[in-house]
Design a protein. Sequence first.
Length: 289
Amino acid sequence: MSTEQRNPDTYDLDRLQTPEIVMAINRADQAVALTVASAIDPIARAVDAIASRMSKGGRVFFVGSGTSGRLGVMEAAECPPTFGVPADLFQGIIAGGYEACRATAEGAEDDAGQAALDLAERGVGEKDVVVGVSASGRTPYTLAAVRHARALGALTVGIACSRKSELSRQVDLAIEVDTGPEVLAGSTRMKAGTAQKMILNMISTSVMARLGHVYSNLMVNVTPTSRKLLERAVQIIMQLTGASEAKARTTLEKAEDVKTAVVMLKLQCGVREAREKLRAARNLREVIG
């Protein structure tokens, strides 16, 4: 696998001056975005297929071990505050359990038998989507997870950083980005991890856009659970309606969410009518244009 090979550009890594080490890492990272760009079509196909499942009540599970698993857990955790979706809509499953997010549990990646148990614990079924994430594309835990998910009728997607991987052969939709040798040989937390993070961001954000959880490029479903997010919510309302800050704040207090507040201000209606209009529409754009 290319991710396990030595990078000829960094044979002298230990002999370089500090700025040179940093520059070598940066040069390698710059190539990652272009590598991911080569997989736009399969990523887009995965987004459409995932959005279709989710529109019918399906959930998304990001499954992996080590760095790949941690990235999946992080991606899933970011979706509720960003898009205002239930906490169980996107879930991260990591070999070794959530404890493996902060402590190494590298041996857990070989426990293929545990994968089916972890999916069963979450009630994965035919409506759902399981996204297997593996730099090598051959992690036993991840392979077992997608095989079991496919047997259940779930849609399976694979994200691998090597070509013609076993993971790609096991899933319905394969996304392969060959990130090549790492600056530090075999350390796939680097370029491979960066590529995986980019793809996961693309999938979750694109799916949420397709399902109406954003308006323009604004996170109109943001849950204002902190001061920062409250200020963001107020700014979104001001930008979309032209209301003053004071008006945006008082309307948000009445509405309890950004989209309802926007409809109230744009259409000059009350809370109940605004909510009814939103329930009857697929997204905010259908209501306010």
